[in-house]
Design a protein around this ligand. Sequence first.
Ligand SMILES: [Zn+2]
Length: 420
Amino acid sequence: MADLLLTNVLPRGFDGPVDVRVADGRIAEIGPEIVVGGDVPTIDGGRRPVLPGLVEPHLHLDKAMLLGPERSELADRGTLEGAVSATAAAKENFTHDDVVARAEDVLRRAVRHGTTLVRTPVDVDPTVGLTSIDALLEVKERWAGVVELQVVAFPQEGIAARPGTYDLLVEAMRRGADVIGGCSYAEDDVEGCREHVRTVFDLAERFDVDVDVHADFAPGPGDPRQDLAEHVAAVTAERGWGGRTTIGHVTTMAGLPDERRRRLAGTLAEAGVGLVVLPPTDLYLQGRAAPVAELLDAGVATALSSNNVRNAFTPFGTVDLLDVTMLAAHTQPFGTPEGLDRLLDLATSGAAGLLRVPGHDLAPGSRADLVVLDAPGADHHTALLDRVPRRFVISAGTLVAETVTTATLHGIRTATMMEA
Ligand SMILES: [Zn+2]
């Protein structure tokens, strides 16, 4: 693993610029003017702000980039049901090479924007079989050392509702999927949805893996299948899976009366259920998102992610987590310096904690995943608000991407992205 010296960068919480010494892919030392002997590769950070690698805890790589010219009709729905059915039809044409190509396209964009850790839910059902899972397990191997991938076996279309899915989920776990996924609203009735959640936890126990469930994806209560976060919390507590369970979306929560919403946040915190808010999809399909700041105040492990990129669920997306962060910032009170710090925490160590990847911060012993923001002399908040290019992206001590910014007439700067 790489040895490296990154000099003259500004971490949060330090008074002046520091150097970061990397050994064996981990941060060995942080401090001013570190001296190393020998031929260690050195990168001059140019007095720019630095962050730990960004983390996308919920990014559907198998279903991304489906809106090529020949598939543009897929975007023309704007509802959850429409997106599920349009994507179900698209899956009939998925091939191994097609899934790998689209996933790698998204990963290239993510890494250029500083993402070094991704959890990806991957559809498993009788239509696509194990094609996408096999593709993503191959991508995981191929990208090891650049971006760390957690692969989730995900029954988007239900388990009982799509006979044959259960056996495929078992086989996906046998082949090496890291996490078992669920989709708690995908069965025909609410009792079927409750059973779906229990089945997912049965598989989690059998394979000793974490749980990641899409849940409560409606504008508000009304459909009991879209109001099951408390049920997931109860099963989490019953099975002793606190700290190992994550739910995604939960837009229903945004439509609950104040008191019930706060009670739900307390229940999730107590059960150790984390929540990933997915603003690009949540806002596009439902015009609302779970209350991030309120969840944090209640002690819920919370993170943000892109979810979908350029498909019927979300026809947009740059795979830049800082864009997602600012999108969330428009829905909750994050305008203070403390709020901006919270957002930066969510995008880095907060999300990594939710994925149970320890030590994802700028401290000795942590994996050397470092993002240098191209804002010489500026503070992190300005760099976030400006969404500046990522000058250097370092993964496990290796430079994996850099963006060169050139000055032009009138002092306007333009960026060119490069892959290291
Ligand atoms: Zn999702």
